[in-house]
Design a protein around this ligand. Structure first.
Ligand code: DC
Length: 226
């Protein structure tokens, strides 16, 4: 039996950071579902596949192999055996990942991969539709929200630390576009799931955000599984 903590929310709310901290604290497997969509986006760029080329997309989805593992506390993402941890965060991938993630075939394939990655494990899984679609019966469901400009600033700083060269304005525009696209998706749209606890992260430090999430997890662990 596995224990599942599901976190949804727009970009820059700290989902990745929280998943990382919490996976270490509780010894949960960390599954970054956005990274699976980023791998598909990267492969589409590599193979020069257009967003509307159904046939090529279907073939590619059957062929690619996405893996995630934690090495020395860092999440390593591999695509067909190649380490793409950094490549999937490039501006080129960030630009097309939201439209790529709107393709139904892609969503169905990724949902499948994500559920398989979680099989039999205690996991923390973050993304956009984890509480609504992938694991609607998760033990803990959280929706992280936050002010757009603050989220863009966090992402801008994160990118800088990772050596990704994007101006604040570029990041803001990219996040704004992605928010809109993510919320208006036909399938797996970003929204607050039934039973999810909403946390507004505006003005919160990482420590405060972690504390708020841990409180919810601890309460659930104390009460026991459903
Ligand atoms: O969290 P991220 O920025 O790495 O996510 C990249 C994109 O993937 C984002 O624009 C929305 C999409 N995504 C999704 O549609 N469903 C998920 N569960 C996770 C991410």
């Amino acid at each position: 039996m596995s224990f599942i903590v599901a976190i949804d929310g727009p970009a820059g709310t700290g989902k990745g950071t929280m998943a990382d901290l919490i996976s270490k604290k509780y010894n949960f497997t960390n599954i970054d579902t956005g990274a699976t969509y980023r791998c598909v986006a990267l492969e589409m760029l590599n193979r020069k596949i257009e967003l509307d080329d159904d046939e090529k997309i279907e073939k590619m989805l059957k062929e690619i192999k996405i893996d995630m593992e934690q090495i020395n506390g860092e999440l390593k993402v591999t695509l067909d055996g190649k380490d793409v941890t950094k490549e999937i965060r490039s501006p080129e991938v960030s630009k097309i990942v939201s439209p790529v993630s709107s393709i139904k075939k892609v969503r169905i394939a990724m949902n499948d991969i994500q559920r398989k990655m979680a099989e039999g494990k205690d996991v923390i899984m973050e993304g956009r539709d984890i509480c609504t679609v992938v694991f609607p019966n998760a033990d803990v469901k959280i929706y992280l929200d936050g002010d757009l400009k603050e989220r863009a600033m966090r992402r801008y700083r994160q990118n800088k630390e990772k050596g990704i060269d994007m101006s604040y304005e570029e990041v803001l525009e990219n996040i704004q576009k992605r928010d809109k696209n993510d919320m208006e998706k036909e399938m797996g749209a970003l929204k607050v799931a039934e039973g999810a606890v909403v946390i507004d992260t505006t003005g919160m430090s990482i420590e405060e955000e972690e504390e708020a999430i841990c409180k919810i997890i601890d309460e659930k662990i104390r009460k026991g599984k459903k």
